[in-house]
Design a protein around this ligand. Structure first.
Ligand SMILES: Nc1ncnc2c1ncn2[C@@H]1O[C@H](COP(=O)(O)OP(=O)(O)OP(=O)(O)O)[C@@H](O)[C@H]1O
Length: 283
C-alpha cells in the first residue's frame, strides 16, 4: 500500500495574519516495506508533511495517492483511518482513556471486537512495543513517563495492523535500550508485514543506521531524497542543515590515514567497526 505525493503543498492558517506555506510542491513516492526518515531543521515542514501523509491535513495544492487512489475527499480519508497509523510528536495528546488497556484497545472496541479478542490483541501489541501487560494495563496513561506514553501511543497505532505507520520523533524520551528495541521493532514490522514506516527524526545517526531512505526538507521544500550511503556528498553541500555525526567525522579522518577511498557503505557503526578491525588485523 504505497503512498505517492504529487506536487503537494500546504499552507497553515490560510487567509489569516499567521498564514504560512509549510510544505511546497513536494513530489515523493513511498513504496511498501520501506523505512523512510524525514529530516530537516526545526520549522522545515516535517510534521506538516507527516500529517498530510496521515490524512490529517488536506493539501491545498497537489494530490496524495494511497494505493493509486487519490485521497481527495473526507470519505476516502476516513476509510483509510485503519490502514494508516499516526503517532504525533506529542503522544500525550493522543491518550485519553482511563487506563492504558482501554486506551490501546479503543480502536478495537469501535470495530466491535469481542472482549476476549481485545484482551489478546492488547496484550500482544503491548509486548511487541516493550510495555509489560500486567505492569501497565491498569495504569492511567497520564501517569506514565514521556517515553512510556510514546510506547502506549505506538501500541494504540499498531493494534489495528496498519499498512502505513507515521511516527513523529518516536524515540524522544526513550532510554538507549528502549530505543534499540524500537528500531528492532520497526525492522521486524517492515520485514514481516511489509509495512511502510515514515519517521520524523533529528537524529542523523539513527536515520543512517535504520532507514532505507532519507528525505531532507528545507524551508518546506524537499531538497534531498537519498540513500544513507550518499550522505557524505550532501554534508559537503552548503546550506543543508545537517551536521556530520562523530562516526561520519571518523570516516573522513580514516580517508586521510588509509590510502584507498573508504567504502560509502560505512555510515553504520557495525560496518565501520568491521572495517577498522580488519585493517588493524591486516597491518
Ligand atoms: N497552525 C499553524 N499556523 C501557522 N503556522 C504554522 C502552524 N503550524 C505550523 N506552522 C509553521 O509551519 C512551519 C512548519 O512547521 P512544522 O511543525 O511542520 O515543522 P517541523 O519541521 O516539524 O519542525 P520541528 O522540527 O520544530 O518539529 C513552521 O514554520 C511553523 O511555524
Amino acid at each position: 500500500m504505497g503512498i505517492y505525493f504529487c506536487d503537494v503543498s500546504y499552507t497553515h492558517a490560510k487567509r489569516t495574519p499567521m498564514e504560512h506555506r509549510a510544505v511546497k510542491c513536494i513530489t515523493l513516492s513511498i513504496p511498501d516495506g520501506q523505512i523512510i526518515a524525514i529530516m530537516g531543521s526545526s520549522g522545515s515542514g516535517k510534521s506538516t508533511l507527516g500529517q498530510i501523509c496521515a490524512g490529517l491535513l488536506k493539501p491545498d495544492k497537489g494530490t496524495v495517492y494511497v494505493d493509486n487512489i487519490p485521497i481527495d475527499n473526507r470519505k476516502i480519508r476516513s476509510q483509510l483511518r485503519n490502514k494508516i497509523a499516526y503517532v504525533s510528536q506529542f503522544p500525550e495528546h493522543q491518550l485519553f482513556e482511563e487506563t492504558v488497556f482501554l486506551d490501546i484497545g479503543f480502536g478495537l472496541r469501535r470495530m466491535k471486537y469481542s472482549d476476549h479478542k481485545i484482551i489478546t490483541k492488547v496484550k500482544k501489541t503491548m509486548e511487541l512495543v516493550g510495555l509489560d501487560f500486567e505492569r501497565y494495563k491498569d495504569r492511567s496513561p497520564f501517569q506514565l513517563s514521556g517515553g512510556e506514553q510514546r510506547l502506549a501511543a505506538l501500541a494504540g497505532a499498531l493494534i489495528k495492523e496498519p499498512n502505513i505507520v507515521i511516527l513523529d520523533e518516536p524515540t524522544v524520551g526513550l532510554d538507549p535500550l528502549a530505543r534499540m528495541k524500537f528500531h528492532a521493532l520497526l525492522t521486524f514490522l517492515k520485514r514481516t508485514r511489509r509495512i511502510s514506516i515514515v519517521y520524523i527524526t533529528h537524529d542523523l545517526q539513527d536515520a543512517l543506521e535504520h532507514a532505507d531512505r532519507l528525505i531532507i526538507l528545507h524551508n518546506g521544500e524537499l531538497v534531498y531524497d537519498l540513500k544513507a550511503t550518499s550522505i557524505q556528498r550532501v554534508l559537503e553541500h552548503p546550506g543543508i542543515p545537517l551536521f556530520p555525526t562523530p562516526l561520519l567525522r571518523l570516516v573522513k579522518e580514516l580517508e586521510f590515514i588509509f590510502p584507498e577511498i573508504i567504502d560509502s557503505e560505512i555510515v553504520q557503526e557495525n560496518k565501520l567497526l568491521t572495517y577498522v578491525t580488519e585493517r588493524l588485523i591486516r597491518n
